[in-house]
Write a protein that binds this ligand. Structure first.
Ligand SMILES: [Zn+2]
Length: 234
C-alpha cells in the first residue's frame, strides 16, 4: 500500500468535499439571496400600489360615465318639464329629477373616495420607486462579491482536480478499490493520520496495546484504527 499517495488522495478528496459543502453556505451567497428577496418584496409592494391606482382609476371612470348618463337623463326630464301643463305630471317629473340628483350626489362621493385612494397609492408608489435603485444596486453589488467568492472556490477546485489524476495514477487498482470502499463506508474519510496516540478519523486515543499492534503491521500494508476501522498512516 502506498500510504503517502493514499493520504494525498484523501487530502484532495476531503478538500473537494469541503469546497462542495462550502458553496451553498457561502456568506456571500446568503447575502445575495437576502438582497434578491428584499428586491422581490419591494417590487411586489410597487405592483400592489400600482394595482390600487389602476383600480381607483377604473372606479373614477365608471362613476364619471354613470354621472354622464344621469346628466343626460336629467336634461331630457328638464326639457319635458317645460312642456307639461298638468301639475301632477310636473310633480312626478320633478320627483324623478330629485332622485337623479341624489344618485348623482352618491356617484360624486364614490369618485371623491376613489380619487383620495388613488392619491394615497400614488404617493406610496413614488416613495417605493425612489428607494428602488438602492435595492437594485445592493443586488448588483452582492452578485459581484459572490462572483469573487465563487471564483476563489472554482480556482481551488480546479487546482485539486488537476492534481487528482496524477495521485490516482500512482495507485494500483486494488488500492483504489480499497480506498473507494473505505470512503463509502466511513463517510468520505478512508484514511487518516495517527498523531501521537490519537486517530484523526474518530479522534479517539489508542491504548498502548493497540499502539503496539498498529506498529506491528509490516511496512507496505496499512494498519486499521481499532476504534473506527479507518486506515491509519503513522
Ligand atoms: Zn479511528
Amino acid at each position: 500500500m502506498d500510504a503517502a499517495a493514499l493520504l494525498a488522495l484523501q487530502d484532495i478528496d476531503s478538500a473537494l468535499t469541503v469546497i462542495t459543502n462550502k458553496r451553498p453556505r457561502l456568506p456571500e451567497l446568503v447575502a445575495h439571496r437576502a438582497a434578491l428577496a428584499a428586491l422581490a418584496d419591494h417590487r411586489a409592494k410597487m405592483a400592489a400600489a400600482q394595482a390600487r391606482i389602476d383600480a381607483a382609476q377604473h372606479a373614477i371612470e365608471t362613476a364619471e360615465k354613470s354621472a354622464g348618463d344621469l346628466t343626460t337623463k336629467r336634461t331630457r326630464l328638464e326639457a319635458q318639464l317645460k312642456t307639461v301643463i298638468a301639475p301632477r305630471e310636473a310633480e312626478a317629473l320633478m320627483h324623478q329629477i330629485a332622485t337623479l340628483n341624489a344618485q348623482r350626489g352618491e356617484l360624486d362621493d364614490v369618485e371623491l373616495t376613489a380619487l383620495e385612494e388613488q392619491g394615497d397609492a400614488d404617493s406610496e408608489l413614488s416613495v417605493l420607486a425612489a428607494a428602488l435603485p438602492a435595492l437594485e444596486a445592493t443586488v448588483a453589488d452582492s452578485e459581484a462579491v459572490l462572483g469573487v467568492a465563487s471564483g476563489t472556490l472554482d480556482a481551488e477546485e480546479a487546482d485539486l482536480r488537476t492534481r487528482r489524476p496524477g495521485v490516482v495514477g500512482s495507485l494500483s487498482s486494488d488500492e483504489l478499490a480499497a480506498y473507494d470502499r473505505a470512503r463509502a463506508h466511513f463517510d468520505g474519510v478512508a484514511i487518516t493520520r495517527l498523531e501521537g496516540h490519537r486517530c484523526q478519523g474518530c479522534h479517539l486515543d489508542l491504548s498502548p496495546a493497540e499502539m503496539d499492534s498498529v506498529k506491528a503491521v509490516p511496512v507496505g500494508s496499512l494498519p486499521e484504527c481499532p476504534q473506527c476501522g479507518r486506515f491509519l498512516v503513522r
